[in-house]
Design a protein around this ligand. Sequence first.
Ligand code: SAM
Length: 286
Amino acid sequence: MNDDFRNEGARRVGQVKEITSLANPIVKDIKALALKKARDETKTFMAEGLKLVIDALELGWTIRTLVYSKAAKGKPLVEKVAARTVASGGLVLEVSEKVMSSITRRDNPQMVAGIFDQRWKALKDVKPVGSETWVALDRVRDPGNLGTIIRTADAAGASGVMLVGDCTDPFSLETVRATMGSLFAVPLVRASAADFLKWKGTCGARLVATHLAGSVDYRTIDYRSKPVILMMGNEQSGLPEDLAGAADALARIPQTGRADSLNLAVATGVMLFEVRRHLLTLDGSR
Ligand code: SAM
């Protein structure tokens, strides 16, 4: 935790609203964030847990509302987060356990949750250089897979995750939970397949697409001479021809046993850490 954060806690918490009723309109608005429509309209989302909220603030995310349960009142870190929320113009809600359960849809809820502005990086601003590795996901459907991939991309030092085509929402509660906080550290980009292909033509990176029928063993690819875009296919149908056809290499992870394929998130993890292994062999600094 940085010093800025500690010092801020010394300020007095400003206005705090107490809410005990499930019928309160603010509670209803927060509960509505379970729906993509409400998240899209407000361009916000909810993340649970004090550590996550602190990490998000330290990484410069804008908090709109901080919610904490009565049991968390007076805890120094909660007071600090509350002070920071108020200082940045956000709302602080102290709620009953019942309201917290209802907002987070859990029987044993976290004591703290934050409503944050969504953040997207524009595709045109992605200019991979050096040893950067980006993950591009074709129509990822499963929120758990997406969250796990964002978390893994963070752990493997990837520069960001691109959502290509109609993907599940990275700001859904389920995905945010599965990222375990990495959502706040990994830039996200969204693009249609057509825009992605246009961008790929000019970005100067190497597109390595994974494919069950790939002709190249993933361990033999050169991941070091150019930045890498690692493209992964949809859970059910794999990569469509236009995306596979644009790849500079079609990589296959050799399997044994009876399984047809690896789970998408597992395959992404295997690939990301293979790229990382290659990069580390060249330059031990990462
Ligand atoms: N039925 C789909 C198919 O035929 O492609 C299976 C898709 S698989 C569950 C989801 C994605 O994970 C694939 O599109 C690919 O990107 C990656 N994947 C899974 N296993 C792989 C393997 N052994 N080699 C390369 N990529 C793999």
